[in-house]
Design a protein around this ligand. Structure first.
Ligand SMILES: [Zn+2]
Ligand SMILES: [Zn+2]
Length: 166
């Protein structure tokens, strides 16, 4: 995922990278193909790069334990500075990379990979309203209600039962 920047005139450029995830060494839980869209804006002393990546992932639902596939999108912004001075407006909100003014290209695979891995959700749900598994019998409640009936003793009989058990 390299972008040639030598002799790049000031302006905005679009790039599209597509391929198999093993080509950029992105691993679990991702699978299959990746697609990264890049918008690069070149100025005299810096470049601003916005990247958005979508990759399908193999996940297991935290509630019902079913395996499912989901496309995860991740995006990031990176500022490349040809000088050592960082504009105030960018100081807090972005990541910054320094580049030698004579650099010929940038390779974004590491950043794409890092941000893709960060984008994997902590809580993995097969769907927002996943009902999970039945507490009693383990049935997947997304497939229907459980018929398990909790045997409830009429509270009026409880004292009698206690006597009986003595
Ligand atoms: Zn689920
Ligand atoms: Zn049940």
């Amino acid at each position: 995922m390299k972008i040639k920047i030598s002799n790049l005139a000031n302006g905005t450029y679009d790039y599209l990278f597509e391929g198999n995830i093993d080509e950029i060494k992105i691993t679990e839980p991702y699978c299959g193909k990746y697609k990264t869209e890049v918008v690069l804006t070149k100025f005299d002393n810096q470049m601003i790069l916005d990247a958005e990546t979508s990759i399908e992932a193999n996940l297991v639902c935290d509630r019902c334990a079913i395996a499912f596939k989901k496309e995860i999108s991740s995006r990031y912004r990176m500022v490349y500075l040809f000088e050592s001075e960082i504009p105030d407006s960018e100081k807090d909100k972005t990541e910054v990379n320094y580049l030698h003014p004579d650099s010929e290209k940038i390779d974004i695979s590491e950043d794409v990979k890092d941000y893709a891995l960060l984008a994997v959700p902590m809580k993995k749900l097969c769907r927002e309203d996943c009902k999970g598994l039945c507490y009693h019998c383990g049935k997947n409640l997304n497939e229907g209600e459980c018929n398990y009936v909790v045997e409830k003793i009429d509270p009026r009989w409880e004292p009698l039962l206690k006597l009986k058990n003595k």
